[in-house]
Write a protein that binds this ligand. Sequence first.
Ligand code: DI6
Ligand code: FE
Length: 407
Amino acid sequence: MMPTRWDLLLTHANLASFAGDMPFGLIEDGALACADGRIAWIGPMRELPPGASATHVEDLGGALLTPGLVDCHTHLVFGGNRANEFDMRLNGASYEDIARAGGGIVSSVRATRAASEDELFAQSLPRARALLADGVTTLEIKSGYGLETETERRMLRVARRIGSELGITVRTSFLGLHALPPEYKERRDDYVTLVCDTMLPELAAEGLIDAVDAFCEKIAFTPAETRRLFERATQLGLPVKLHAEQLSDQGGAALVASFHGLSADHLEHLGDTGIAAMAEAGTVAVLLPGAFYALRETRLPPVAALREHGVPMAVATDCNPGTSPLLSLRLAANMACTLFRLTPEEALRAITVDAARALGLDDRGTLAVGQRADLVRWNAKHPAELCYWIGGSLARTIYRGGCAIPA
Ligand code: DI6
Ligand code: FE
């Protein structure tokens, strides 16, 4: 039943709904109504029910309206930054060289451990604001720069605080298996045990964890260690995802797929077995062109094969201090087109509906009746413009649950 009066009615919009059969799910000269934070009606202007009314009515004058963007892979809570490593890398040091020399993730761990909760919040909030200003209304944030219980807890609490401060959805991922902390150098097993048997259950019991992630790589954790973590996560009823096949093929994608994981992320070194396993399990491929670009990687993720096997592809910023200091999801989509050859339509689905899927969320990412009214009105007319412009600011009004978020 249609409410007698909607809360919000947006008229004369170009609606990129990412639903239906049209490219981009485009509805030209459309209207969209919200009630109780949800989309209550969507369609062409000419089909708007006669006498439809709303508390607020806005004529968009042909402007583009899309779902709020979803950044499904970030590490944006951290202390300090690593601008010094940028210089080292430009002088020829590889990511692995830097990590083995005691820099890399471990240097962010030092800075994060040293920051109080308020300091960490103050340093991280502007990064989330930058993403929001560019249209992001749902954001995943990982832990993984604490590597001991107290700091991992602090990171996750800061992530939750960012969500309430900005009025956006933050989904947290516990990334205790991100790097081996220096104090456990000779005791790998003890660290994995600490993560699986203490940190994970404790922080999960505090309601701080929405999903469990790991870095499965030669310089990080083995498939066997990752499996241990995933078994524990599964016992606790938490979904899993994985940094897989970023620097080498460890069989991580097949491993996470065998746990019906939400996503396998990075994937430059993904092979056929992994692709088949992901297709079978419905695990989303999260492509991270910011890290590819910043590391001057030359090996491309197997986009054509993923497409052929019908594996859904998401794109995210991977916002982190080491390999992807990237603060625009639209720019990530642009890079996914230029560097990875996604079509503009694929790239936009990758930062809306398929990114939502990578977080296990099916109530957002498309414009359809019943979906959350998380919306962005753009200073653009056609959806392709969103991944065509390189940088700049295009978002005009951001709505969360049908309410405009003050800029
Ligand atoms: N892969 C990445 O690209 C980030 N973490 C990971 O597992 C890098 C994190 C960092 O270098 O700080
Ligand atoms: Fe990452």
